[in-house]
Design a binder for this molecule. Structure first.
Ligand code: AMP
Length: 447
């Protein structure tokens, strides 16, 4: 074995072909369900002015405070960095909404995005520094039915990918910005004199982002919270009614949920509805995705007040769920035909033969090196080719070719002219990997 001189940076990984089969499958499900529901694809840049995230997500959130990958166009120290890699999609999409005057479009504007996100987190299982998200956003209209419909689209995607059964939906309403501010003040008051009993991290949060105490994993914090005022007490009647209607619509759509008053989500922009899909067995740490309403975000970016609701799912965690659920994704990477050849004349003829087979939609590999026939056949076996076409000096002279069925281990000589029609017949028209211009335009295989 050779020793690699380089490895992927900590917290990153190659998406190898095996996992790409899952990625492609997930992307297909996302695109299909998004299109059905009128979402259009958008790709904000991978990096933005860091203020987009700092202002949008919030200065005192984990994502911005600890996990932002800062980027600079020149060698400068951290404080001078102008840009940051996107840790999620919502902020960039809302920046784009304002920048491109999308308030003029018929509302709501529905977007989906798929791509890499970056967080300088402590790497561990299911937590990477570069990972993939798919994202859905509905901007420009506020109604509880939109929250419920968005969740419905997500459940459809999870169900297509065969792991919905492994998920439980947690949902909460964290009130309007005013409700939350009043609650944060009340929490701070409650903790006056009790700070000493809080773990250090939570003591900090109490000043910067008190709501985060609610989903704190610290036992001491949770005990202290037992007699603290609850967020629910500070929800306006509108928020309560809004929440009840969302839940009612979820029932109508037959989507089971768990009301979870501790769920707050870590980002500042959320208002009212927040939700997460948790693994039934392992809970929040393995959340596959989450989202919520962000009615103040567009305004933060200079737009007129515009409501929005969105969701983001982690694709690596989705792949993990699919594997846990025993889902085998269909893939198209099989080798249909392996072409083996011997002698310069045969080799020359093979170039066209291989090209013509591929044109027909037959997945074709050829051994164009100078190896012996025996080692070429071994290679065909290793590639798990279904058929081998074998062209030697004799066959070239006689205008024939040898066709070998690799599984059956049987071979016969056929006329060279019949090689392609015979292969096509054996594979079946439906198995050919072809595309028409219409498919190509309507169903571009996006990254
Ligand atoms: P969040 O908005 O932070 O809840 O992220 C949405 C989803 O993205 C999570 O539920 C995860 O599935 C995924 N995700 C977030 N951070 C990471 C990470 N560091 N590594 C892998 N997946 C992540």
């Amino acid at each position: 074995m050779s020793q690699p001189l380089f490895r992927t940076p900590k917290g990153t990984h190659d998406v190898l072909p095996e996992d790409h089969q899952y990625m492609t499958y997930i992307k297909k499900a996302v695109r299909h369900r998004a299109r059905q529901a009128g979402y259009k694809r958008i790709d904000p840049p991978m990096f933005e002015n860091r203020a987009v995230f700092e202002r949008g997500i919030g200065e005192h959130t984990d994502i911005v405070e600890k996990e932002l990958f800062l980027v600079t166009s020149h060698h400068a120290d951290e404080d001078e960095a102008e840009f940051a890699l996107r840790p999620e999609f919502t902020a960039g999409i809302c920046r784009s909404f304002v920048e491109n005057g999308m308030q003029q479009l018929p509302q709501p504007v529905e977007f989906y995005a798929i791509g890499q996100c970056f967080r300088h987190d402590r790497p561990q299982k299911g937590r990477y520094r570069q990972f993939h998200q798919f994202d859905l956003e509905v901007i420009g209209l506020k109604d509880p039915s939109l929250d419920a419909q968005l969740i419905h689209v997500v459940t459809k995607i999870f169900s297509d990918l065969k792991f919905l059964e492994r998920m439980e939906l947690h949902i909460n309403n964290i009130g309007t910005a005013e409700n939350r501010k009043a609650y944060a003040d009340a929490l701070r008051d409650y903790f006056i004199g009790k700070e000493r009993n809080l773990p250090e991290l939570d003591r900090e949060r109490l000043t910067t982002n008190p709501l985060r105490l609610l989903d704190s994993k610290e036992g001491d914090t949770q005990i202290l919270l037992k007699s603290a005022p609850t967020l629910e007490q500070f929800l306006s009647p509108e928020s309560k009614e809004y929440h009840a209607t969302v839940l009612d619509y979820l029932k109508e759509l037959k989507i089971p949920y768990i009301e979870d008053t501790r769920l707050v989500r870590g980002l500042d922009y959320y208002t009212q509805t927040v939700f997460e899909f948790w693994d039934k067995e392992t809970g929040a740490q393995n959340a596959v995705g989450g989202g919520g309403r962000y009615d103040g975000l567009i305004e933060l970016f200079g737009g007129k007040p515009t409501p929005g609701v969105g969701f983001a799912g982690g694709m690596e965690r989705m792949i993990w769920q699919m594997k846990q659920a025993g889902v085998q994704v269909p893939h198209k990477d099989q080798v249909d035909v392996f072409v083996a050849q011997l002698g310069p004349e045969a080799k020359k003829k093979c170039l066209t033969l291989i090209s013509n087979l591929r044109e027909k939609g037959v997945h074709t590999l050829g051994a164009l090196g100078e190896a012996s026939l025996k080692s070429q056949m071994r290679l065909a076996d290793k590639f798990e080719a279904r058929f081998t076409l074998l062209l030697g000096k004799m066959e070239v002279k006689g205008g024939t070719i040898i066709l070998r069925d690799m599984k059956a281990g049987k071979q016969k000589e056929i006329s060279y002219a019949q090689a392609i029609p015979t292969i096509v017949k054996l594979l079946g028209e439906q198995a050919l990997d072809t595309y028409t211009i219409r498919d190509q335009i309507g169903d571009i295989d996006e990254d």
